[in-house]
Design a protein around this ligand. Structure first.
Ligand SMILES: N[C@@H](CCC(=O)N[C@@H](CS)C(=O)NCC(=O)O)C(=O)O
Length: 219
């Protein structure tokens, strides 16, 4: 049965799943959500009225929540790249880092984006200030945690890296990772050099004007 992913190429959470799909060259149909695709929007909302994307459809089954989607892919459509380790304790570490990137990096960055989207300069400044505070704490912790590791949990590229790539990509646009965090800066660069991540970033490139804080001229 063929897979369909509803999402938007510039959306960080859509990219998290796209990276997982690209990692294993999993065939799928991308169904873009946006004003030019009302049919896809209607199908998505009918299937998931909570209005969050991406949404994966696999025959009769639909899957939401990106971490669950990536785990589902591993179970139902495994490929050569194992995004969750077989060892349960190692898998727990991967799930923890996945949660860290979603909750402490992606969500922190989103505070600034949401503030900017209001169009109110006070809310924009407040959102950014909150985001900077939280991101600084996350960056400092990651700097120690990632030392000596090529990927978030060690030698293998996992679900945690799928989460880290878009989270750090947009977090750095929101609040630049300072030179005092060389380990984290190098990790972000390594992620951007990974073919699956580069492909996801390229897919979002035509939509950079959508970034409400203003996309920097890099990456
Ligand atoms: N925890 C969810 C978060 C998904 C999410 O927030 N997606 C954003 C797009 S990047 C979204 O649906 N935004 C629309 C909205 O919040 O109304 C997941 O991992 O799938």
């Amino acid at each position: 049965m063929s897979l369909a992913l509803y999402g938007h190429p510039f959306s960080s959470y859509t990219q998290k799943v796209l990276i997982a799909l690209h990692e294993n060259a999993t065939p799928f149909e991308f169904r873009m959500i946006g004003p030019d695709h009302p049919q896809h929007v209607a199908e998505w909302l009918q299937r998931w009225p909570l209005r969050k994307f991406p949404l994966l459809v696999d025959g009769d089954r639909q899957v939401v929540e990106t971490s669950v989607i990536v785990e589902y892919l591993q179970l139902a459509h495994p490929g050569p790249g194992q995004l969750l380790p077989a060892d349960p304790m190692a898998a727990l570490d991967v799930r923890f880092m996945d949660r860290f990137f979603d909750l402490h990096v992606m969500n922190a960055m989103q505070l600034a984006v949401d503030g900017a989207l209001t169009g109110d300069p006070v809310k924009r400044a407040d959102g950014l200030s909150l985001a900077v505070d939280k991101l600084e704490r996350a960056y400092a912790w990651l700097e120690g945690e990632l030392a000596g590791k090529p990927w978030a949990c060690g030698e293998a590229f996992t679900l945690a890296d799928c989460a880290a790539a878009p989270a750090l990509f947009y977090a750095d646009w929101t609040h630049r990772i300072a030179e005092q965090y060389p380990v984290l800066r190098a990790y972000r660069s390594r992620l951007l050099g990974r073919p699956s991540v580069a492909r996801a970033v390229d897919g979002g490139r035509p939509f950079r004007q959508l970034f409400p804080l203003g996309a920097p001229d890099r990456d």
